[in-house]
Design a protein around this ligand. Structure first.
Ligand code: FHN
Length: 471
């Protein structure tokens, strides 16, 4: 019995050998024919749209907005949980109008919005079945602003992302707390919090609000790579196109010092872009990553009644240009009031930035690093911790680029012909983006130095953009 089986199988083996040899002769022909005209598909780059968008609106809004002392008020003032909870009963932002917020972002030239769906205080600004501590069930407002924003964003063609404080939660037992608990109700097990609240609420956000552009995690106290993977797996299962930021595992301030191993672990976990420190435009961002920096428009994230220290439109434009010139995205914050109003000061600044972008957007959207052989001019003085003062202390100009075009952002108008060194390629035309006729300017090129003869005055004191067309 065994022998006859062996004989049979030997016969089969011979037949198989023949088949394999035959295939080896035929297969190379078949594969070369099919493969030659078709290049390998590029690796999936979910975050490619960030390079096109470059500019987004960050929104910090919660029940804390009623106190007007920022989003950290509960922790800073050690407000007991039962006391803080009472803020829900009075939160009624009757002036909230999702379309108006989205129009403000759109008029500012922003291409995406990231809003706090739950900040560290643990209060969900969306209707949640996971916890009754949410805007629909616990406030007289009863509406779900994230649903309304999702609809408005769809209507106006703006991407919508959700900030979710995945680790810190000062309300749920066991939620991580920077500087430790101050109320016995906060004590508990982090893993239980993570499995019972964070993951299920992330699921809700990714299933109830249409396409989610970004899941924006923050302050990863007590997070481990394994827990980060639990989030990325869930996100990929529910919405494969949703981007995930590096704060899922590392604080923004730690990004510049991450080792190659830590960076590759982040990729492996499924992180799509690096999120640098708050209000920090990195000096040398990692070149092979998408990245983003977030910035306040005054000094605060959540609404602060006493903060009137607004950045000028010129500062905001300069920051947006600097971020673009380094290949990143700029997420600029507003902190609406408890009534649901984006402060008029913020709206006025944003409108001016939008007006500048309407004229000069070509140098920002889809533009990026310029390949100038001479280094870009360095900033004259370090800027403040909160990113203020950049416009006053920064370089005279910065460069952005796209294939075939180089954009020189002149923040200070040169008194003499402008000499640009280190240009690769030959320049065919130079014009000003703010000149509607795009009249060519007189220029000479001497090797890699281009000298441009400018009109006597800047067309825009904040940033007049020269466009060099290259062959
Ligand atoms: O603690 C938060 C802070 O409240 C705010 O949300 C910023 C925005 O990036 N992130 C945290 C600190 O990095």
């Amino acid at each position: 019995m065994n022998r006859s089986m062996n004989v049979l199988s030997r016969g089969k083996q011979n037949w198989l050998k023949l088949a394999v040899v035959g295939l080896m002769v035929l297969f190379p022909l078949a594969t070369t024919r099919a493969a030659a005209p078709e290049p390998q598909p590029p690796a999936q780059d979910r975050a490619a749209w960030m390079d096109e968008a470059r500019f987004g609106m960050f929104i910090h809004w919660g029940i804390y907005s009623q106190l007007g002392r920022g989003e950290w008020v509960m922790n800073r003032e050690k407000i007991p949980v039962a006391e803080y909870e009472k803020l829900a009963a009075t939160f009624n932002p009757v002036k909230f109008n999702a379309e108006e917020w989205v129009r403000i972002a759109k008029d500012a030239g922003m291409r995406y919005i990231v809003i706090t769906s739950k900040h560290h205080d643990g209060f969900a600004m969306f209707g949640s079945k996971v916890s009754p501590y949410n805007i629909v069930d616990a406030t007289p407002f009863k509406r779900d602003p994230l649903k309304e924003l999702a609809a408005a964003c769809q209507k106006y063609g703006i991407r919508l992302g959700f900030y979710y404080s995945h680790a810190q939660d000062w309300h749920h037992p066991g939620g991580a707390i920077s500087r430790g608990p101050w109320d016995p109700r906060q004590k508990g097990d982090f893993d239980t919090y993570f499995q019972k609240k964070a993951l299920p609420q992330i699921r809700e956000l990714l299933t109830g609000y249409g396409p989610v552009a970004v899941l924006w995690c923050d302050t990863p106290w007590q997070m481990t790579p394994e827990k980060a993977r639990q989030i990325t797996r869930l996100v990929r299962e529910l919405q494969p196109a949703t981007l995930i930021n590096s704060r899922i595992l590392y604080h923004g301030r730690d990004i510049p010092s991450l080792s190659p191993e830590q960076l590759s672990e982040l990729r492996d976990i499924g992180v799509d872009f690096l999120s640098y420190g708050d209000r920090q435009i990195p000096a040398n961002p990692f070149p092979d990553w998408h990245w983003e920096t977030c910035m306040t428009l005054n000094r605060s994230w959540g609404y602060r009644a006493d903060d009137h220290d607004w950045k000028t439109p010129a500062t905001v434009i300069r920051m947006l240009v600097e971020v673009t010139s380094k290949g990143g995205s700029f997420l600029l914050n507003v902190g609406p009031t408890a009534e649901g109003v984006i402060q008029p000061e913020a709206v006025a600044i944003l409108r001016q930035v939008g007006d500048w972008l309407k004229v000069n957007g070509e140098s920002i959207y889809g533009a990026g690093r310029a390949n100038l052989k001479s280094p870009a001019p360095a900033a004259r003085a370090p800027r403040g911790r909160r990113g203020e003062g950049a416009a006053e202390t920064g370089p005279d100009w910065l460069a952005t680029a796209r294939p075939g075009k180089l954009y020189i952002h002149l923040f200070r108008w040169p008194q003499e012909p402008f000499a640009l060194k280190g240009v690769s390629g030959s320049v065919e035309k130079v014009s000003l983006l703010a000149d509607p006729a795009h009249e060519p300017l007189r220029f000479q090129q001497d090797d890699d130095t281009v000298t441009v003869h400018l009109p006597p005055k800047a067309l825009d004191d904040r940033d007049t953009v020269l466009c060099l067309e290259l062959r």
